[in-house]
Design a protein around this ligand. Sequence first.
Ligand SMILES: [Zn+2]
Length: 343
Amino acid sequence: MKKSFAAATGALLLASVSLTATTAHAVGEGPGYGGNETINTSILRTYDEVANYLKVQDAKQPQIELEVIGQSVKGRDLFLAKYVQNEDNPTILFLTQQHGNEQLTTEGALEFIKHLGSGKTKNVLDSVNVLIVPMLNADGAMGDVDFSLDDYIASGDRHLTRFNANGVDLNRDHVTKIEPETRALHENVLSKYNVDYMIDLHHQGANSERDGKLVSGSILYPTTPNVDPAVLEGSKKLGAIVFDAVDSTGWGHLGKYSGGSAETISRNGIAVEYGISTLLFEMRGMSDHYNEGAVLGQKSNGYLIKQTITTLDATVAAISDGSIADADTSFWDTLATQTARPD
Ligand SMILES: [Zn+2]
């Protein structure tokens, strides 16, 4: 099942992670895995590299505060990168990699942290607080789990899996909060800060389309009937900012995600429990999986990382300058739900 074209594709893989890659493939048209490309996870940062990166930024940037919010099942420190200038300012939380095999969102969030430290976006932080929890499922991201990943597609030593080390889907644990990763998020972030907005960043399968074109991602607001209407409206406005920012790139193409109403899912449960306007963002294609249709070839990596940065930049800017209050949510009425492209 694993085909080895490593020698031929190695250079391409390295080139494709660059944000300045000028490949002609739009993200929605980038090649899927399709069994004919080696999936090489060595281009993704390891947990240790993520932790070191955060510590370096913490040392470099006067405004950032790096906190350990808990430990994973296997004892890895879980981090919160925090920019809080004024507790009265509105606060947005970005969460990545609840599912360990969905890593490009983390790569994008790390680049965004670097942006926040640059002079370019500094003033933005005078009017908005930004919380970032990257790679919540650190054990799953490193394949350090108590079940077999032998049938996963990626080549090499590292596999990435959706589940935590105990085999639990963290994004179904937001009511009972049994797992240490979920508890760290709830006890040391959600309960501790007055969060107004949250974007939960994920990756979905590679073959969803809208209006006949493969999507670069999909978005959705809380769909539980128990969500407060004002909270829901905030989610829809957050979605409007994201849709406009991604759609206006020319290469971004978003559909509406089709999601359930269970409050075990963060998009629903966190909106109800804390009154936070949540948005789910599912980028195209996963980093590793046992199912070929879920994994995307690396040639779209640069665009997907960029899509994450675009999303974070745009939402922080819109909250900072207050323009989110005027966001037009009517697009939700016509945005088609994505569908699976037939084989
Ligand atoms: Zn996910």
